[in-house]
Design a protein around this ligand. Sequence first.
Ligand SMILES: Nc1nc2c(ncn2[C@@H]2O[C@H](COP(=O)(O)OP(=O)(O)OP(=O)(O)O)[C@@H](O)[C@H]2O)c(=O)[nH]1
Ligand SMILES: [Mg+2]
Length: 633
Amino acid sequence: MTKSIIVGTAGHIDHGKSTLIEALTGTHPDRLEEEKRRGITIDLGFAFLEEGGVRFGFVDVPGHEHFVKNMLAGTSGIDVVLLVVAADEAIKPQTREHFDICRLLGVKRGVIALTKTDLVEQDTAELVRLELEEFVKGSFLEGAPILPLSAKTGAGLAELRNALSTEAQKISGKQAQRYFRLPIDRSFAVKGFGTVVTGTLISGEVATGDEVELLPDKKLLRVRGLQTGGKSVERAPAGQRTAVNLAGIEHSALERGMVLAAPGRFLNTRRIDARLELLPGAPPLKHRARVHFHAGTAESIAEVLLHEKTELLPGESAFVQLRLANTAVAVRGDRFIVRQFSPVITMGGGEVLDPLARRPARKDNGRTEFLHTLERGSPEEILRAMVDRNILGTGIEEIVLRTGWMENEVRTVAQNLAKAGVIRVLNAEPLLLLPEAQFQEVAKKLVARLETFHKENPLLPGIPREELHAAAGRRVKSETFRAALEELAKQNKIVLQGELLKKPGSEITLTPEEARAKQQLEQAFAKTGLAVPAVKEVVAQLAVESQHAEKILQILLREKTLIRVSPELIFHRDALARLREMLQNYKKSKGPRIGVPTFKELTGITRKYAIPLLEYLDRQRLTRRMGDERVIL
Ligand SMILES: Nc1nc2c(ncn2[C@@H]2O[C@H](COP(=O)(O)OP(=O)(O)OP(=O)(O)O)[C@@H](O)[C@H]2O)c(=O)[nH]1
Ligand SMILES: [Mg+2]
């Protein structure tokens, strides 16, 4: 498979960026009429080149200080920077600013083109080269090739192509194993195709026919066609300039800053916890200062809340919370730039740590440590910290939205933590996690509550599930409750009996008086057979309080010694067994059909009782109604 990398230009206005792209690819990246008229680049331009098994996508940016905003949108997705410096002008303000931006955006590699050498003496070019070496010292560009060349004469272009190929070999490539995300940088209509958007595919992949989510609108759209490098393709992997033909939407409804994404996997956020680094030359940044925030191709006004101090000094970095005026799509690890509100200059930038940040609270003293973990921790440490901060339970969807990890990665990490005994998997699908300590606490509480229940209700066989859940507290989710019950059952600390929960071996203990009453009650029903007594009458004759008698009745019903046939009618189980026998004998001698009068005669019960009893038999599928008669089954 050919490798795809994105190369972005950077550098001061008029230093020859667009001319160099044309010399390399044959395509002049300036498209706008105004750009051609003024001879400057205003917005992003694109060109492609296949060379030495590598597919290069070039993003050409404007050097003009008024258009840094556009430059930022283009630079956010690049793998390699092509820093262009004119030999006749050397380092100028936007050389510095663009270089800072690349560094803050986390660009890892680059090549420096010392261009327009046809306009200067060789000594001058050599001096600028030395100056540049000094300039990039200690940065990601230290040791990067500095190539004297001329787009006019073509001198040095072959060396530049080689250098770019060498850099391409060293690039590990975009995050193919992540969910699809493409920040949109252009939207337009193509005759016969309809709406097309373009952008750098920064993670995952997309295929024709896929359903994608447009953010921030959360609209689902169908991919009708795809192009990469100017060619139609079925599937586009991460790391390519990609044009997406979308069905069901007008191009005017789409704009730079929006994102196409795997549905449900990315978050629109207004509150981001981040590491912010201020450039050495920037003015100090006060708590609650307003700035321009840029991430991906999007921008928003933001308020910066400093978590640890009242002022951030030039050259310093700190944990901050960014409160955005417009929502942005962000996950942990995304880079961003902040620019001063007015006058607009680049102040600094940093890395998103938590896109689902909590509102700052004085009592939240775990935040700093949490952010340190998010910044430096292993996946296990990060997931554990995330789970630890939510005693209600953390779901997989939230973990994916915050980290950008894929579900299978999250599951592997969660399994490792569960094996180590630090988190508890409450539910496997969808995955729900709880700190193990929290889980143990809930389990302990349930056992304690159950014990109290048995002590207070010696006559009841167990506590109804819902009652125990309610006693554990509102903060115990049903998944936690269920998992705790299962665990306790496994440890034989609790017995699940239908809807009732009890301690193992907790048989109902009756006082001798109660035991006698129970026996009396049972006998009263046994004696009368189908000519059932009124329950109240029997209870009245018992030598226990009516409240206890009611409980004893419940015990007999639960034991199924007594059976409730209708709200008013209770029979002894032996009486019902005899009735079944009676019906079967009747069937044998007289056939399966029996009318209500015959049934009354046979059983000796009144019509008032006969009807509910027959309905009970119907429900039990011992008889079936047919007109006025029953068929004995
Ligand atoms: N002599 C000479 N002229 C060059 C060379 N490269 C570019 N130029 C000229 O320099 C001018 C500016 O070049 P561009 O390529 O438009 O510069 P740019 O960096 O893209 O400018 P912006 O996009 O506006 O920032 C044009 O007139 C080019 O013809 C070169 O190697 N030698
Ligand atoms: Mg240009």
